[in-house]
Design a protein around this ligand. Structure first.
Ligand SMILES: Nc1nc2c(c(=O)[nH]1)N[C@H]1C(S)=C(S)[C@@H](COP(=O)(O)O)O[C@H]1N2
Ligand SMILES: [Mo]
Length: 202
């Protein structure tokens, strides 16, 4: 059956793009923020990659823009069940940052920190291999503050709570420690295709 685009808010799945339990939110982009939206001056923002790395490194806004840029186009999935298709972000691949910082052999997890204190934990293997970005551009425009601007983490293959807005620090660790939502019952990994929503799910 052909899919009619643009009318019903909750459309049926088209071509197996929706993970289980998700619906297509269409043209809107919900804002989900646990804390007050910070107003961050890009010129005072910095990004640190530290912990179990050979060269702990901090980039300024200008410095991070001098790294080779990388773009993502694809779908994002929030644990509250909305998915959004064909979003386009540009920034820098986390691989590029890690090439500079040099993860040590015992580094196996990452804690992402927002300027606000929001945290989320990820296996290192989920932010390497071209699957995670630090982004400042959405659809050709600067990322707005409500969506994490000036700079957010983007890990689109995991539930979107892993994509920390207002990212300021990535800490590599040997062990897994729960972040903000993970402490509040959400899954440590959060693969939408495995429906890893809550602690205890597969
Ligand atoms: N700092 C911070 N990052 C965050 C959140 C948050 O509350 N604070 N919410 C997470 C959740 S649950 C989702 S679904 C996405 C929402 O991003 P959006 O508001 O741009 O849609 O951001 C994630 N990153
Ligand atoms: Mo979310």
């Amino acid at each position: 059956m052909p899919v009619t685009r643009g009318f019903s808010r909750r459309r049926p799945d088209s071509g197996g793009r929706l993970p289980p339990g998700q619906y297509d939110v269409g043209g809107s982009w919900p804002v989900l923020t646990a804390e007050a939206t910070p107003r961050i001056d890009p010129q005072s923002w910095t990004l640190a990659v530290e912990g179990l790395v050979d060269e702990p490194t901090t980039w300024t806004w200008d410095e991070v823009h001098q790294l080779p840029t990388s773009s993502f186009r694809g779908d994002i999935h929030c644990v509250t069940t909305w998915s959004k298709f064909d979003v386009a972000f540009t920034g820098v691949s986390v691989d590029t940052l890690l090439e500079v910082a040099g993860p040590q052999d015992d580094a196996a997890f990452v804690m992402a920190y927002s300027t606000t204190g929001y945290t989320t934990n990820l296996p290192l293997s989920d932010v390497t291999g071209g699957r995670a970005w630090v982004v400042w551009d959405y659809g050709g425009k600067p990322l707005t503050a409500e969506h994490g601007g000036p700079v957010r983490l983007l890990v689109p293959h995991l539930y979107f709570w892993k994509s920390a807005k207002w990212i300021s620090r990535l800490e590599l660790t040997a062990g897994d420690r729960p972040g903000f939502w993970e402490t509040n019952g959400y899954h440590d990994r959060g693969d939408p295709w495995l429906e890893q929503r809550y602690q205890g799910d597969a």
